[in-house]
Design a binder for this molecule. Sequence first.
Ligand code: GLU
Length: 303
Amino acid sequence: MYQEILNEIYNEVNSLDCLGKQADYIPELAKISSDKFAINLTELSGNNYGVGDITDKFSLQSIAKVFAFTLAYRLKGSAVFQHVGVEPSGDPFNSLIQLEQEQGMPRNPLINAGALAICDVLIDELADPEHDLFDFIKKIARNDAVTYNSKVYRSEKNTGFRNRALVNLMKSFGRINNDTEAVLDLYFKLCSVEMTAPELSKTFLVYANHGKIPETQEQILTNSQTKRLNAIMQTCGFYDEAGEFTFRVGLPGKSGVGGGIAAIHPGKYAVAVWSPMLNPKGNSVKGMKALELLTTKLGWSIF
Ligand code: GLU
């Protein structure tokens, strides 16, 4: 059933006139072909269904913030919320204004300021932060080949003026312990992680399976931590369009400016979509439409 539905969605969405544009503030992302489009769904059983450009790797960008937060939450438990809040920002993902007004405390771990604060926590907690973070991502992905794209990483490092401003503003409020360039370096590597759509939906199964890796039932986060993280994705995962995504799709998830979106239906499946053409809020136009059609055609969402 899933494969026919995905094929139908792929054709329907491709026939729409989708406007949008690549994230050109990261020059390397502006080079990705605008007509790339992939949809992939993986059931908890491991059954996989995909259509479109499912063998292409794409830049996860903010989707990877979920993995960094998962590791920090696993290491620090509730103490992680001394570093980031759990409220939607209602502001663009890289906004400085709210951070200034709120004394450098990021609203949540999925906006840039929050993910930078989480990278700072990881540098505090891990013996070899880059190696250990990537080892963790490989573990939840069940894929030892996961890595970051060095061109995208360098592109971000050379042009990440706003992220530099965010981390320095937080440092001025005493909220960053480590060298700001070390924090940015880990953050840019995290954002430059790339995966195919099937690899991404497989990785997100842990959030659909109450924090356990499906094949081994190894507990990565507790049931309650997973509930909380999924709630953060639902309320904060789509920049200042989290309400719109919830309204149209009705699943927790996270988008990135590479044009990817990963979402989950707890107890059932994880789904990843990718199309690099973004709407003005930074979410993939085709990706949002595809997921809206998915929950509409299936007749199930979490609501
Ligand atoms: N690396 C991107 C940035 O920091 C991530 C943005 C995103 O995907 O939301 O600007």
